[in-house]
Design a protein around this ligand. Structure first.
Ligand code: 5GP
Ligand code: ZN
Length: 112
């Protein structure tokens, strides 16, 4: 199965990398919906939040640790939005779990 984020992780597709460690990658969204819009993904291919199990749930805290670090580095001190689209009704288009971080403007609620 080909996965566009796994292709980025393998280096076959470029990205604007913001952070990387042994288990997490963060990069700018190619189609930004806010002045700051980046994605944080596990290096392990996990389809969606629905596939988070006791065996792999440690990645969620690693991802949120990176979110906090980048929010500070990118001066999102006035706040930001974390979005996870899960499955078809959730609007997920890339089947590799990812968290969107949006900032640099105020966000509407509820989402459409
Ligand atoms: P989803 O709709 O699955 O929640 O979000 C997928 C996100 O991935 C979209 O915001 C889309 O702009 C972004 N995206 C899709 N393909 C690429 C790519 O090749 N590079 C980057 N940097 N972002 C991508
Ligand atoms: Zn993948």
């Amino acid at each position: 199965m080909s996965c566009i984020f796994c292709e980025i992780l393998k280096g076959n597709l470029g990205c604007h990398k913001l952070y990387e460690d042994e288990s997490v990658l963060a990069f700018k969204d190619v189609n930004p919906k806010a002045p700051v819009h980046f994605l944080v993904i596990p290096k392990e291919h996990i389809n969606s939040v629905e596939a988070i199990l006791p065996e792999n749930m440690d990645i969620i805290s690693r991802i949120f640790n990176v979110i906090n670090k980048l929010a500070k580095d990118l001066n999102l001190s006035n706040g930001f939005r974390i979005v996870n689209n899960c499955g078809e009704d959730g609007g997920q288009t890339v089947p590799h779990m990812h968290f969107h971080i949006l900032g640099g403007r105020s966000m509407a609620w509820p989402p459409g």
